[in-house]
Design a protein around this ligand. Structure first.
Ligand code: ADP
Length: 612
């Protein structure tokens, strides 16, 4: 039996109507109807809808004066703040598309993104622009107080105009820029039926602007007359997130699956404050979902599935306790998306069978910027089903049309919410003169952790040192693409068909930490080492043990910071964390913080010699 019809295609009339407008028109509509409603708050700045529209209009007029025209692609480099939202809106009001850049990315990566997106100008924060040494034309954005009131330079974008270019990992070694149009985002968020967002809600913006989760965070709020609460801390700790939610009365938040799992494992108090939690990026673990639903039964928990190419989410599922007996489903297609499960001959599979998920509908991206061949390969005109995107995801449908996710048909992996083509990292490694061949895989030292493990075959000559090789990669690739571990091997294991045997690699990739003769730890170092051991999933016995050498990464840093807070009552900021990422370094920071707290409580107590 075959199922040639899309599994669900009941777009709502409203969504279809809004899909015919660009995003600035949605803000203009609220500015007219509810001018005094809160639109954006970031701790320093609050903007009502009228103020947001006014500031964006003034900045748009300025950008127009500076030569920005409809159809231009303009890169944006700014720290996350209320001004980021103003700048995005202003760019769109001139008719330009926005290419978000990440200040943390290395120069060559940013240069490649600029080139592939076709951006002709980078605008943003003057200090960041200077520090990044962005190639090509740049323009520092003036503050609102420097701008005169102005009329809108044009009509603003239409639904088919590109809003964003979002980059994802590319297996050939170059990131792919996905062009996402206004109508697709408008349809994703306006009057959504998969999540409750009303004008009274406050939605947290904490994702990097280069990540399509941020599209949901900003636009689920602004499309519905709600407020965006911007977390300006670049890398917020779990405690920073909870405080932000508490301080601003946030009601709706999006978390990557990896972050959700960590928050769920600690029964974070964010869940007691939030009404709605949307999670996406990787398969949701049933035990974490169940723990949250049981401890915080009021939480509306939504599993959102979708590739960037289908505009953030394509299917969604409202998770209930009953879903948590097996793998949590990814749900049904939402407005603007259709789902088709096809076999290798592009025919629908029999009911209930596994097959590859192909997504259709009005929210599909227009394609990859400047990569027509790749676009043609992944976005295909199906003879009967229309234009479809080939996801590479294996799914099956339940009798009621709810989809289950079963993994990938290719090597693509997810690590901490980042989509990664091992091929991109392998390519960067093979480009190194002392490397002959390379393979990259994922290792899971604990169920909630995933790390990239690289294996290289050295070129003839001196064998490269792993830390030196990884250091060179850091200058080329963003942090999430730099492997946590690298091992030099004589040859890569191959399958009988001659391909790299990734399963064998995963087995090879065991914690290769050799622990030498250990100096004794002080009691405080011992306490820190225990926290590290738990989080890193390996025994930590040396005061000079280095967090990054042991496979530590940003999410684990959050875990360690949170556990140090819980166990020792000391809050380490992430910048502090990484200035001294050894057991001894952390113990010294903890000691200093404890002494400072002690002298605050007992002003007469003797101070330590540094005067802290
Ligand atoms: P997003 O940022 O929306 O996760 P990406 O383009 O980075 O989108 O990654 C898309 C891929 O991530 C999907 O093709 C799928 O493999 C995986 N993925 C995303 N969400 C889920 C989910 N809820 N459950 C399982 N896998 C998911």
């Amino acid at each position: 039996m075959t199922n040639r019809k899309p599994l669900l295609d009941d777009r709502k009339e409203t969504a279809v109507t809004v899909a015919r407008t660009g995003l600035p028109a949605l803000v203009a509509r609220h500015a007219e109807h509810t001018p005094h409603a809160l639109a954006v708050a970031d701790g320093d700045t609050t903007l009502t809808y009228a103020q947001l529209a006014g500031a964006a209009r003034r900045l748009a007029a300025h950008l127009h004066e500076q030569g920005v025209r409809p159809g231009d692609f303009v890169a944006l480099l700014m720290p996350r703040s209320a001004r980021t939202v103003v700048a995005q809106l202003a760019l769109w009001w001139t008719g330009a598309a926005c290419v978000p850049l990440d200040p943390a990315h290395p120069g060559p990566r940013t240069a490649a993104m600029l080139e592939d997106s076709g951006a002709t100008l980078t605008v943003g924060d003057s200090k960041l622009l200077e520090a990044a040494g962005t190639p090509g034309a740049t323009l520092a954005l003036p503050g609102d107080e420097q701008l005169a009131d102005a009329e809108m330079p044009g009509d603003g974008p239409g639904p088919d105009d590109t809003a964003f270019v979002m980059f994802t990992s590319g297996s050939t070694g170059r990131p792919k820029g996905v062009a996402i149009h206004h109508g697709a985002i408008a349809e994703l968020v306006t009057d959504p039926d998969y999540v409750t967002v009303t004008a009274r809600d406050r939605v947290l913006l904490h994702s990097p602007a280069t990540f399509d989760g941020s599209t949901f965070e900003v636009w689920s709020a602004l499309a519905n007359g709600a407020a965006v609460v911007v977390c300006t801390t670049e890398r917020p700790s779990f405690e920073d997130l909870a405080k932000e939610v508490e301080r601003h009365g946030v009601t709706v938040a999006f978390f990557t699956t990896a972050l959700f799992h960590q928050l769920a494992a600690r029964r974070s108090r964010v869940f007691s404050l939030l009404r709605t939690v949307v999670v996406g990026g990787e398969a949701m673990a049933a035990q974490h979902a169940r723990a949250v639903l049981r401890a915080f039964p009021w939480v509306e928990l939504v599993n959102g599935y979708g590739p960037t190419e289908a505009t953030t989410f394509a299917t969604t599922h409202r998770v209930t306790d009953a879903d948590c007996d097996g793998p949590v489903p990814i749900g049904r297609p939402m407005a603007g998306a259709t789902a088709h499960i096809l076999d290798e001959a592009f025919l629908p599979v029999t009911d209930g069978a596994q097959g590859e998920l192909w997504i259709g509908g009005s929210r599909l991206a227009h394609g990859y910027t400047r990569q027509p061949e790749l676009t043609a390969e992944r976005f295909v005109d199906h003879p009967t089903l229309g234009r479809l995107y080939r996801t590479g995801d294996l799914v099956s449908a339940r009798p009621d049309g709810v989809l289950d996710f079963h993994g990938r048909t290719d090597d693509q992996v997810k690590v901490r919410g980042f989509r990664i083509e091992p091929g991109e990292i392998e390519h960067a490694l093979r480009e190194q003169p002392d490397v002959d061949d390379a393979a990259v895989t994922v290792r899971r030292p604990t169920p909630d952790d995933a790390r990239l493990a690289a294996f290289v075959v050295a070129a003839p000559g001196p064998v490269p040192r792993p830390d030196a090789l990884l250091g060179r990669l850091t200058a080329l690739l963003p942090a999430h693409l730099v492997p946590a571990e690298l091992t030099v091997v004589d040859r890569l294991p191959l399958t009988t068909s001659g391909k790299v045997d990734r399963r064998a690699l995963a087995d090879l990739a065991t914690a290769a930490e050799t622990i030498g003769a250990a100096e004794p730890l002080t009691p405080l170092q011992q306490a820190v080492a225990e926290v590290w051991s738990r989080s890193l999933g390996c025994e930590v016995t040396r005061p000079d043990a280095d967090f990054l050498d042991l496979g530590g990464h940003s999410l684990l840093a959050l875990v360690v910071a949170e556990e140090l807070r819980e166990d020792l009552g000391v809050e380490l900021s992430l910048p502090d964390f990484f200035t001294a990422p050894t057991v001894a370094g952390h113990a010294a920071l903890v000691e200093r913080a404890l002494l400072a707290a002690h002298t605050d409580l007992h002003p007469d107590a003797p101070k330590d010699t540094d005067g802290h």
